[in-house]
Ligand binder design. Structure first.
Ligand code: PLP
Length: 448
């Protein structure tokens, strides 16, 4: 039994080697009945969560450095979010925002619209998932421009529904056997400063030159509705766009009447130390922004936040039964309150601290190739050695597994990167514990 003191501690505490007997029983039932398409990196069976701590079915407590994949922005079960959900559930759970009005919907839309970069009037559409927001943005871009084609980036992840999957270019397993997808999507390389060995300017230039070449050869620019881009590529390996890239991309798009959609499903909502990752990039103001994941601290909600002159479509052109569900909206309003009253600043401060500590890793560890990130969206890329930069997915997988066995939850992104995306309430003490643990795991993995 855990003592009261141990339960309240903010650091991991393992009472049995995970997965313990209760966890193993759940896993056996799960494997018998759940879709085998689900991907579990390690056998964590979650019983409850509080702040940055997850307790498993056997009473083990873990420090959560993936936050339900960048979702639990305010931490697990933040009392203000829980209270907002409970109060809302007590008087209205659902009434279909597509068909009826309720006050909290414009209240949240006003706040999201005002926060978006660019200072232009915006309109908002609420859905339930990141993929749904991306699908809606694809429809809106076609509707507004009257064009049918899209550009997206290699390594991008935009979702798994047919439309969003057409943009996704993360792993072939996600697309294999699902063709035909939506025609007219062209993928171009995302500027990867570390892998290309180029300077940020050279990487930006190479990517833009690639798109211009397409415009001159196989892709008439006047047929392209939108370019979808993640300001920090998430599933692709936590790659931060080089400083001038997004603004230059926007200039090229504007020249041809093409919309820019910034997919901030993973990198938005304060995670990077600003409300929107887009606003880290001077002069960048996407025409359409998609948000989900952290927006409602775990309740299913997504938003398309578009320039008001772009989001002009006729009643019935788009809708969603559950989109903007009152309970999810209440959670989002509470989440925004918390983000604005300190959590975004905390993400910036703790993120800076983690990055400063990790900066020396490539100098100390031959397998730590690159460390990069913004705020609490940090990637560590593992390689076989610093010279060849050959990817080392097995080192990454080992570090991930060893960390789990020591009570720290991290997940991979891309082929050989570990992502750190803890809840925004994470403390410096917890951050130091996680980095110390990862360091221990890397040393063990390097020994092989
Ligand atoms: N867009 C980005 C950038 C994402 O990271 C994800 C999910 O990881 C999605 C879209 C899809 O979101 P969802 O899984 O909620 O459909």
């Amino acid at each position: 039994m855990l003592t009261r003191e141990a339960v309240q501690s903010d650091l991991p505490h393992l009472v049995t080697a995970p997965p313990g007997p209760k966890a193993r029983a759940v896993i056996a039932r799960d494997h018998a009945v759940l879709s085998p398409s689900l991907t579990r990196a390690y056998p964590l069976v979650v019983a409850r969560g509080e702040g940055a701590i997850i307790e498993d079915a056997d009473g083990n407590r873990f420090l959560d450095f993936n936050a339900g994949i960048a979702v639990a922005a305010t931490g697990h079960c933040h009392p203000q979010v829980v209270r907002a959900i409970q109060e809302q559930a007590g008087h209205l759970i659902h009434m279909a925002g597509t068909d009826f009005y309720y006050e909290s919907m414009p209240a949240l839309a006003e706040r999201l619209a005002a926060s978006a970069p660019g200072g232009v009037p915006r309109r908002v559409f609420f859905g339930n998932s990141g993929a749904e927001a991306v699908e809606g943005a694809m429809k809106l871009a076609r509707y507004h421009t009257g064009r049918d084609k899209f550009i997206a980036f290699l390594g991008a992840f935009h979702g798994r529904t047919m439309g969003s999957l057409s943009l996704t270019a993360s792993k072939t397993v996600q697309r294999r056997k699902f063709s035909p997808l939506i025609p007219g999507v062209t993928h171009v390389p995302y500027p990867d400063v570390y892998r290309s060995g180029q300077s940020p300017e050279e990487a930006t230039e190479a990517c833009l030159a690639h798109i211009e070449r397409l415009f001159e050869t196989i892709l008439p620019p006047e047929e392209v509705a939108a370019i979808f881009v993640e300001p920090v590529q998430g599933e692709g390996g936590y790659l931060v766009a080089p400083p001038g890239f997004l603004t230059a991309l926007q200039a090229l798009a504007r020249k041809h009447g093409i919309l820019i959609v910034a997919d901030e499903v993973q990198c938005g909502m304060g995670r990077t130390g600003r409300m929107w990752a887009s606003s880290h990039f001077e002069g960048f103001a996407p025409d359409i922004l998609t948000s989900a994941k952290g927006i409602a601290s775990g309740m299913p909600l997504s938003a398309i936040i578009a320039r008001a002159d772009v989001m002009q479509w006729t009643p019935g052109a788009h809708g969603s039964t559950f989109g903007g569900n009152p309970v999810a909206i209440a959670a989002a309003l509470a989440t925004l309150d918390l983000l604005e009253s300190g959590l975004i600043a905390n993400a910036e401060a703790i993120g800076r601290h983690i990055l400063a500590r990790l900066a020396e890793w490539p100098l100390r560890f031959p397998n730590a190739g690159d460390v990069r990130g913004l705020g609490l969206m940090i990637g560590i890329e593992f390689v076989r050695d610093q010279t060849s930069r050959e990817r080392a997915p097995e080192i990454r997988d080992q570090v991930e597994r060893l960390a789990f066995e020591r009570g720290v939850l991290v997940l991979g992104a891309g082929k050989n990167t570990i992502r750190l995306c803890p809840p925004l309430i994470v403390t410096r003490r917890q951050a130091d514990f996680a980095i110390d643990t990862l360091e221990e795991c890397l040393k063990l993995a390097q020994r092989g």
